[in-house]
Structures are given as structure tokens and as C-alpha cells.
Write a protein that binds this ligand. Sequence first.
Ligand code: NAD
Length: 462
Amino acid sequence: MTVGGSTAPSEATFGVINPATGEVFAHAPQCTKQQLDAAFEAATKAQIEWKTDEALRREALLKVAGVLMSAGDVLNPIITAEQGKPLSQSAIETMGSALWCHYYANLDTTAQVIQDDEHAYVEVQRRPIGVVAAITPWNFPLILAFWKIAPALLAGNTIVLKPSPFTPLSSLKMGELLRDALPDGVLNVVSGGDELGAWMTQHPLARKVSFTGSVQTGKKVAISAAPDLKRVTLELGGNDPAIILDDADPHVVGKALFDAAFANNGQVCSAIKRVYVPEALHDEVVEVLVSHANAAKVGDGMLADSELGPINNRPQFERVKELVIDALNQGATAAAGGKAVDGSGYFFEPTILTGLSDGTRIVDEEQFGPALPVVSYRHLDEVIDRANATHFGLSGSVWSADADRATQVATRLECGTAWVNTHLALAPHQPFGGFKWSGLGVENGSWGLASFTEIQVVHRKR
Ligand code: NAD
């Protein structure tokens, strides 16, 4: 672990499993309460200087980006070993992390002048919040950390980061690699189980909690942060609908639909999790999706030809199995896949389910895995209601030959990002967050930066 710029030795450790084998391949440190206190104290101390010099922070972020750009050979195999995704996709995480640092290093933060007249000169300035407790999930262990680190550091905060116990190693290694790029204590990286996350959200020195994970845990985080009125950003789960309009060509949209549903083996908060298709197009859309599912090469992410890796962990693997079995028991058909791959590791066949509707668990819940339900509809108004009839509201997409028509439909979706003829198009300048139970606040862009600041009005009387 990295605490105050140095290695914090671990007394106890826990095993980290390679999901491609199902075997423990490394051990990660179990942070003690005392070590967590030391991390928050180091972050508090470091913030005193760190918050004073924005130019230095921008320079440091560029240094961080540089370190990440040249650290692929070290970080990518770690991400693949602990997370399961193919090496080429781990490389995208590492490069993406650098891109986020680069973006924030160059983002304009000029204060807004809201009054300048004979009475007063009034500026809205932004001040850092303090120490950020950053908690991340296992699907994108590195880049989701940088969605927090890059804006939090630019704003003048310091950080204690805790990755998921399923994928702690890439964050721990990253903390080590960045020790020379950042002043001691600015970025502390600790690891441990879920209880460590709870200690962080309760910690009296944390002033902001930036959390990415499940709805269930997000609610606990909100409750835990409330007594101290800690600022909270929650990026939670989703059950993204993709609505195909009747003029769409299944052969034009099919590959993009498949990719957005099966990216990272379906383990993306804003992956397509249910497809709504007009009855007349149902069979053709299914046929195209099935052809892509059957062609996708499932295998160990370390092997060059693997396109989809394993599911990340045993509980998630069991959950996907359970949801698919439930759908099949309710009368659904597996038009592709439908079961786990024989052998070791948490591999699951890319699965396309048909003959099911809303009310089936895999349509109503977040499956977070390589199994996609395709549901038919008759009337557009009705399907928009069905798409919105959920506690989730992360994102969604509408697909059509007529982009204007699709845009009108997309804006009726109750979600943070409404895509047209695409899905999963994310970028550092584009705010990302969820309606309803999918989150609180946003990350990315100037809006994401703002969430790591307090507003300070400086009002000068003339
Ligand atoms: P999770 O909620 O189980 O765990 C997330 C993190 O929270 C882990 O680091 C975990 O150790 C920690 N944690 C667990 N209990 C805690 C507690 N009581 N207090 C504080 N921290 C605690 O989620 P997961 O299974 O790791 O990730 C999958 C979920 O994350 C999915 O629902 C997915 O949709 C969501 N997700 C959302 C986004 C987004 O940006 N909206 C991105 C990726 C993943």
C-alpha cells in the first residue's frame, strides 16, 4: 500500500483470484484501522500545500499521465490477471487513465464573474473540499479510479483510494509507480475488504466520498456519509435499455448493439442490458446478435485471440448463471449460449435470450454479465414507458435510420446519458451520471470537477 508516499507494510493479507483459473495467484495487503488513520492523516497534511498551487497540480497531473503512458507493460498484465479482460482492453484502461489526467491537467478553471458594476465585483470561485475517500468497483479497476483521481487532484484535494477486494493489485501498483510524480500523501492507496470501505466513509478526516459500485452499497455509503454531511458522489448500477425503431436495419446496427452489450463481458455499468425490438424486426435482430455471440472468442485474457474474458468473480458468475436459469425456467430460449463454459475459471457463453418480457428477473434486474435479453414491442409509447419503469436511470440508447426521430425518443428516456445510434460513447469532457437509483451527481467534464469543489463567492464592495 502507499501511505504518505511510502510503502505501508502489511501484517495480514487476502488472496486475489485470477478469474480465468479460479485460483488465488497473489495476495494483497489487508489495511488495518491504524494504517487507514495514517493514510487520512497523510492526506490531510499533504493537502495544506497541495491546495495552494494550481500550476504545480497541473504539472503533476501531466507527470502522472506520462508515468501511466509508459507503464502499460507493468499494469496491463496485472489488470488482466485480476479482472479477466483481454490485454488489449487492459491497455485501453491504462491509456484512458492517462487521457483523463491529460484532460484535467488542461481544463480551464477560470472563476466566473457574476457581477461587475458600481456596486460590487462578485466572483464565483471554486475551493477544494479536503480529503477524498475514493472507492472503486472491480469492472474497470484503473480507469474508474482516475475518473476520481484526476479531477479531485486538479481541484486541490488529496485522496485515499480503496479498490475492490477482487481487483486491488493494479491500483496498489499504480500507487507505487506514482510515488515520485506526486508529493507524499497526495495519493494514498490502501486495500482490504468491504469493511475497509465502510471505515473510510465514516472516517472523520474524509470530507468527500466518491463512490462507484452497486446501488445497494451506494445507499449504505450515503447513509454512512450523512452524519458528517460529507459530500457524496455515487456512480451506481444501471439496466440500460436499447430501443430499436422500426426503420432500423438490423445488419447496420447489430454489431454495435452486440459490442455495447458484451463490452468487458457485459460488466459495464452502462452496457446495454436489455434490447427492445419491434415485433417485425425481432427475428432479424436476434439472428444478427446470435451470429456475433457465436463468433466471439471466449478465453483467458492473456491469450492474444481472446475477445471476451471470464466473469470477474465467483459471486457474479453465480448470479449470471442464476438469472439465465431463471429466464429459461420462465420459458425463455437461449438463441445463443445459455450456460457456463466447462472447465476451470468463471467463463460463460455469450448468451442471447428471447421469448421473455418485462417481469423476468434478467430484464428487470442488472445482470452485469454476458447474457442479453431481447424483448419485442408493438407500440413506441408503450416501450418508452417500459424502458423507464425501473429504479435505474443510468443510460439508454435509441437506434434508427432517422437520427432526428431517434433523438426525440431518446430525450424521453429517464436516464443520465441518452445515446442515438451508439451506446457506451464516453469521454473525459462528457459528464456521466445516473437518474434515480443509478447515482447522485456526475463524474467527468467540468461538472465532474465541480463535484470535487465547494463554491466560494468572493464579493467585493465597490
Ligand atoms: P460493490 O458495491 O459491491 O463494491 C464497490 C466497492 O465498494 C468495492 O470497493 C467494495 O469493497 C466497496 N464496499 C462494499 N461495501 C461497502 C460499504 N459498506 N461501504 C463502503 N464501501 C463498500 O460493487 P461491485 O460489485 O464492485 O461493482 C459492480 C457494480 O458497480 C455494478 O452495479 C455496476 O453497475 C456498478 N458500476 C457503476 C459505474 C458507474 O459509473 N455508474 C461504473 C462501474 C460499475
